[in-house]
Design a protein around this ligand. Structure first.
Ligand SMILES: [Zn+2]
Length: 348
């Protein structure tokens, strides 16, 4: 199956009442791990690359690896998504290359660190939406600012400094016409999200629920949503690592989100932890080995296990065969006619 648009994948998820994991990739083994998990659980999936990943792997390597994944697995719907685009040119280059979805993170300036004003965010996001929708490509925006830093991207801080204001979220969706919206509800990028198991004082699920009620057609996105399970931290520390204990977003909270409009869940840290733990184990137990395959294979398997588990927990498992891919021309026409208008004022 050729790549699908993220819009189709998320519309189907909304119909089916489930969420879809969006997993970050930088290399072949991570892509293979995701596809192995998707095949194992019969799941549609979003594969996403950040600016850092595109730079690390070089754009064309990564693009063709993801295309290879879709050619080898025609039964799996795959959307290829740009994670945290920092400006119009970054999004445009991904769209022109063939990504079927982009995130324009206009919550931060082009440096990827400094928060923007609301008006700046609306203006840059709208510009990307106009360009992308003319080409049938899906757009995710962000309102509010996430905490932490990952791949050099992020405002830092705890995640509670710029929690999304629901009124602004509604106005933002109305003025930009984004398909999907990342909101800040206290989560952070990276491994160090919370210093204890999060509760309502640090994870603002009530805000998410309120926003979904007011934006029923805009797919909500949870960033920084690795669960950072203790067993993955323990493997790393058991074999010589030095991670401080930390807490991620509990799966039950993500599932509560999915019952309230969350359709895309970004997971990166858990996979990084699984890979690193598996490699450390090989190095510690068999220091005489030097063939990269001896540690990349267990690393790939460890990531597959985490991804398959998330796919089951998010509910996307079993849904790969529910639908046929719509051509991108359907979305070009559908955006032009208003069929895919997700704004709250759009007639449904
Ligand atoms: Zn993010």
């Amino acid at each position: 199956m050729p790549l699908v648009t993220m819009r189709q994948l998320l519309d189907e998820a909304a119909k089916g009442g489930y969420g879809v994991g969006a997993f970050n990739v930088n290399n072949m083994e991570q892509i293979q791990a995701i596809l192995a998990a998707a095949k194992e659980t019969k799941s549609p999936v979003i594969i996403q690359a950040s600016r850092g990943a595109r730079k690390y792997a070089e754009d064309l390597y990564l693009f063709h690896l993801i295309l290879a994944a879709s050619e080898l697995n025609p039964e799996i719907p795959i959307a290829m998504h740009l994670d945290h685009g920092n400006g119009f040119e970054t999004c445009k280059s991904a769209i022109e290359l063939g990504y079927t979805s982009v995130m324009m993170d206009g919550s931060l300036k082009e440096d990827g660190k400094t928060p923007t004003t609301f008006e700046e965010n609306v203006a840059i996001t709208k510009k990307v939406v106009d360009f992308a929708h003319e080409r049938g490509v899906t757009v995710e925006g962000e309102i509010g600012v996430l905490g932490g830093v990952e791949d050099g991207h992020g405002a830092g801080g705890s995640g509670l400094e710029h929690v999304t204001d629901p009124d602004q979220a509604v106005e933002f969706a109305e003025r930009t016409g984004v398909d999907a919206l990342a909101i800040a509800i206290g989560t952070s990028h990276g491994a160090y999200k919370f210093t204890k198991k999060p509760d309502g004082s640090v994870l603002k699920m009530d805000i998410l629920i309120d926003i979904h009620k007011r934006l029923p057609h805009t797919h909500l996105v949870m960033h920084g949503s690795s669960s950072v399970p203790k067993d993955l931290q323990d493997v790393i520390n058991q074999y010589g690592g030095k991670l401080k204990q930390t807490w991620g977003v509990p799966v039950e909270e993500i599932q509560l989100g999915i019952r309230n409009g969350v359709r895309k869940i970004n997971v990166d840290t858990d996979n990084r932890l699984a890979i690193t733990g598996a490699i450390r184990k090989v190095f510690a137990e068999t220091p005489e080995k030097f063939d990269p395959r001896d540690y990349m294979k267990p690393a790939r398997e460890a990531m597959q296990k985490v991804v398959a588990q998330r796919m089951t927990q998010f509910g996307q498992a079993g849904h790969a065969g529910d639908y046929k891919q719509l051509p991108i021309s359907e979305f070009v026409a559908g955006y032009a006619s208003g069929k895919y208008d997700a704004r709250p004022s759009a007639k449904k």
